[in-house]
Write a protein that binds this ligand. Structure first.
Ligand code: MF3
Ligand code: CO
Length: 258
């Protein structure tokens, strides 16, 4: 089902987006070398509760994971890229961490992901890969406006990823979002312009380009959730929730000014 939000619902979506962005920034700012992924999960749980919001993850039990997720944020390190189940692991200098968070408040969900390097060591290939997913996300957002089709966004995203030399996986991509976190339409991270659903004002989309350095193949961790690169290479992921407006797209999960 594809939801189209009215003005009041869109206002609530703005609140949810700001909340997700704020929590991600707070958690990122607290994260240092030595932080345990389970601490990040606990901080997130407390921040969601303090805002009177609900986790979209804790009870989530889709076919692609093992039972309810049971945690509040996805934490994916280095070769882990999607659905990172928080594990008892302390971050090391130079680790590439992806945080992915979806929260619902007043009945509307928002979803966003950021990748960044922990500590002082900044491997150039990791910096470039993170920047590529951010540029692909910006290209997808720039293509999003009424009358555009999902294929236009997919082509814009995939064009940036492919031009930078990354293989593109099509098993997981962006999605509609609204009263629930995952809705139609699916937004693949590569595609052909002019194909697919036509965007309308009031549609909420989560766009989420992600890549693995040298493979398109995922393997599932023994935890039943965390998806890793089959070759052990590093990975990156950038996601925003956007609202289609009369003349373009509004980013709902922009990080607040520091
Ligand atoms: N927020 C993720 C996405 O970007 C989905 C995470 S599902 C979870 O679509 F169960 F792993 F949390
Ligand atoms: Co998402």
């Amino acid at each position: 089902m594809i939801e189209i939000l009215n003005a009041a619902e869109l206002d609530r979506a703005r609140g949810s987006g700001a909340l997700v962005a704020g929590i991600l920034q707070t958690v990122k700012s607290r994260t240092t070398v030595g932080t345990n992924l389970l601490d990040i999960d606990r901080w997130t749980k407390d921040l969601i509760a303090a805002a009177g919001a609900e986790s979209c993850y804790v009870d989530y039990a889709p076919s692609f994971g093992r039972g309810p997720f049971g945690h509040y944020i996805c934490t994916a390190v280095n070769d882990a890229v999607l659905h990172g189940l928080p594990q008892d692991y302390r971050l090391a200098d130079g680790d590439l961490l992806t945080l992915d968070l979806a929260v619902a408040r007043n009945g509307i969900a928002a979803d966003s992901a950021i990748s960044f390097l922990v500590g002082d060591t900044r491997p150039a290939a990791s910096v470039a890969m993170i920047q590529t997913t951010e540029r692909a996300l910006a290209a997808g957002i720039a293509a999003a406006k009424p009358g555009a089709r999902i294929g236009d966004l997919s082509a814009a995203i995939g064009g940036v990823l492919t031009a930078a030399g990354y293989p593109v996986n099509t098993e997981f991509g962006g999605h509609g979002i609204g009263s629930t976190m995952h809705q139609d339409p699916h937004v693949p991270n590569t595609g052909r312009p002019g194909r697919g659903f036509t965007l309308r004002p009031g549609l909420l989309l989560a766009l989420e380009p992600w890549v693995m350095e040298d493979t398109a193949t995922l393997v599932t961790d023994a935890d039943g959730w965390t998806l890793r690169s089959a070759t052990g290479c590093r990975t990156a992921h950038s996601e925003h929730t956007i609202a289609i407006t009369e003349d373009g797209a509004e980013i709902l999960t922009l990080a607040p000014p520091a």
